[in-house]
Design a binder for this molecule. Sequence first.
Ligand SMILES: NC(=O)c1ccc[n+]([C@@H]2O[C@H](COP(=O)([O-])OP(=O)(O)OC[C@H]3O[C@@H](n4cnc5c(N)ncnc54)[C@H](O)[C@@H]3O)[C@@H](O)[C@H]2O)c1
Ligand SMILES: [Fe+2]
Length: 381
Amino acid sequence: MKNFQIQTEIFFGQGALDRLKNIPHRQVLLIADPFTVTSGLLNLVTAPLTAGGITYTLYSDIVPDPPIDNVIGGVKAALAVKAPCMIAVGGGSAIDTAKAIRKFATQLEEGYRPQLIAIPTTSGTGSEVTAFSVITDPTENRKYPLASEDMIPDEAILDEELVKSVPAAITADTGMDVLTHAIEAYVSTQNNEFSGAFAEKAVEICGQFLIRSYNDNTDSHARRKMHIAACLAGLAFNSASLGLNHGMAHQLGANFHIPHGRANSILLPYIIEYNSGISLFSRSKTNYPPCVRRYCNMARILGLNNLNETTTVRGLISYLQFLAKEMNVPLSVSEAVHITREEYESRIDAMADAALADACTATNPRIPQKEDIIHIYKSIF
Ligand SMILES: NC(=O)c1ccc[n+]([C@@H]2O[C@H](COP(=O)([O-])OP(=O)(O)OC[C@H]3O[C@@H](n4cnc5c(N)ncnc54)[C@H](O)[C@@H]3O)[C@@H](O)[C@H]2O)c1
Ligand SMILES: [Fe+2]
């Protein structure tokens, strides 16, 4: 038996932040990316709160790839004020931090269960609707995707005004994260008709609006569409989970701080080749693994219908590489970080173990062996 549930109430479109005037709380803990504080972006959130007569306390000790220490700091702040509502404002890092803060604060203080409202300021992770929170252990160079239903935010607010300040490079990285979520969820061993519908729509929107968003960050229509696509892809993988792409990307983030979406983008062509068994010089076959038909569906949604399965999957891979190139997203690790091949390869064995153990890898359509993962890590340098 399968089930599909959307636990988060989603407010979206122009003026969505006005929802904050009407939340049923008098006091909130704001957990915000420091950029939103220094840039003044947070005023778009605090203005409707103030208009609604709601007071707030701010916790903004958030960093990308959030380490456990920042979660502990937030738990202390949360238990000091015990606000009935937490509002997370920022990219995936801020929202993931807030989800973990609520989880641990609730466990430590019996009877305390604040509401969580997630307000993304990047169009990428979909964390505003998922049960995942990715926390980093810097001492071990590991990223841990924690997953539990009680981390899913109660409400999400998608307002494109908050993403207009996102610079082109972050638009590109986070947009590639959206595409990776949708494609991985679509071929996951847990894919289903509901997750598939969300993934297809997310990919359709990316095909039309990602480059437009990248080229002009004031393009409200494109920004709104990509903000919604990120959330749709989040709903898809919250149901179907992800795959080896994320399992391997987490290790590139933990070891080299390659931004999450960029790490996914570098891996994606190689993972599609690996899962489909279709390489640059493959001939057509009589039998393909089931994920090939699904990759072909995605290709068709992007307008890439081609002669047969082999050429259509190649078309999808070329399109993804073109998209990355068009948006100046590096195609290899050596383009993304200054590191020698020796330094990089000295980490591969540990990264491969971590990728095999990563919770996302379990739903990959092809069961990877450690040697396969090592081979892919070597190939992407
Ligand atoms: N929980 C999930 O389901 C899930 C899914 C995928 C990824 N993740 C995790 O999320 C994190 C990545 O999140 P992300 O890609 O949103 O990036 P991020 O939150 O790390 O932010 C990246 C950078 O963008 C800046 N930024 C954020 N909003 C901005 C804005 N409006 N204008 C200008 N700059 C802005 C931030 O200050 C930061 O410097 C990773 O840790 C990743 O592992 C979580
Ligand atoms: Fe992701």
